[in-house]
Design a protein around this ligand. Structure first.
Ligand code: GDP
Length: 324
């Protein structure tokens, strides 16, 4: 049984369950919904870590070293990936097992590459459900990897507890291709590659970002010194323990103050609203009568017979006869 397999933390069962939630087929969707319902266990909560950074910054090296450190401590670590881009750059496939060879062989680890792409809304739902499955399977830490260049960061931030931005030494945000909005949602900024000749520059970059973060509004209820900038080396592993300590400190603080539950509750509400919105949008393109009405009203607008807002009102009256 898939349900028991997932609950027992069986990795093959977990992989099959994730394949099920990734399927768009209506019959699979129904099975997936039943499965998610059956395995849900509020007593099992992982620390969900969002990790973002541009290609080449060292995400896979970081996750491998960080993941190995955690599994070495007896923790179970799952790695998922969100990759909204259809064109993948230079072999940098997110969540690719060959990028994290040691971790992928580790018994306490589970790595899942990003699924083939559809619209972003679909990616969000599948990733959320995959996270839920990893939690149900008893993983202590779920790392969600994403490329720090676009929309997917906001999605990931809304489904994780701690959002971490990985940067390289030197260069401003523009140079590193990081959008300003991403910095604003980061709980931690880690300047990676703080080793050898780059160590001094990494420290300078850290200080620059620490200064910039200081000007940003911290998340309500968080300790004074968050968001925080740190340095680390995924190669020498220096600083990785501190990254974990800071993540644990922030999570611990939020748990003690009740903020943890409030953030997760707000996230759940967000995804509920999001699912309803997507359902309505899907209805516009999948229900035959609705599709026809959209087409004919669209024609009337195009011919100038009806004003766009009047046509929209008419359409909304048809969709929601009780008023919208
Ligand atoms: P990703 O595309 O973000 O996943 O980046 P990778 O993990 O593939 O790393 C890109 C390159 O940076 C590789 O050549 C790594 O060996 C190198 N790299 C990653 N982390 C470090 C680090 O901490 N120090 C140094 N010196 N190089 C690193």
């Amino acid at each position: 049984m898939l349900i028991d397999g997932v609950k027992d933390g069986n990795r093959r069962a977990l992989a099959r369950a994730i394949t099920l939630v990734e399927s768009g087929r209506p019959a699979d969707r129904r099975r997936a919904a039943r499965l998610l319902d059956a395995v849900a266990d509020p007593g099992r909560q992982a620390l969900r870590i969002g990790l973002s950074g541009t290609p080449g910054v060292g995400k896979s090296t970081f996750i491998e070293a960080f993941g190995m450190m955690l599994t070495g401590q007896g923790k179970r670590v799952a790695v998922l990936a969100v990759d909204p881009s259809s064109t993948r750059s230079g072999g940098s496939i997110l969540g690719d097992k060959t990028r994290m060879e040691r971790l992928s062989r580790e018994k306490r680890a589970f790595i899942r590459p990003s699924p083939s792409q559809t619209e972003l809304g679909g990616v969000a739902r599948r990733t959320r459900e995959a996270i839920a499955l990893c939690e149900a399977a008893g993983f202590d830490v779920v790392i969600v990897e994403t490329v720090g260049v676009g929309q997917s960061e906001t999605l990931v931030a809304q489904m994780t507890d701690i959002f971490t931005l990985l940067l390289a030494p030197g260069g401003g945000d523009e140079l590193q291709g990081v959008k300003r909005g991403i910095m604003e949602i980061a709980d931690l900024i880690v300047i990676n590659k703080a080793d050898g000749e780059m160590k001094t520059q990494a420290e300078r970059t850290r200080a620059d970002y620490a200064g910039a973060l200081h000007l940003l509004r911290r998340r309500e209820g968080d300790p004074e010194d968050f968001p925080k900038a740190l340095t680390a080396s995924s190669l020498s592993q220096e600083g990785l323990a501190t990254v974990w300590d800071e993540m644990s400190a922030l999570a611990g603080h939020r748990r003690e103050t009740g903020h943890w539950e409030r953030i997760r509750a707000a996230q759940n509400r967000h995804w509920f609203h999001d699912a309803v919105r997507h359902g309505i949008l899907r209805h516009l393109t999948s229900d035959a009568a609705t599709k026809d009405a959209m087409a004919s009203l669209g024609e009337a607008v195009a011919r100038g017979e009806t004003a766009p807002s009047a046509a929209a009102d008419e359409m909304l009256r048809r969709l929601f006869p009780g008023g919208a």
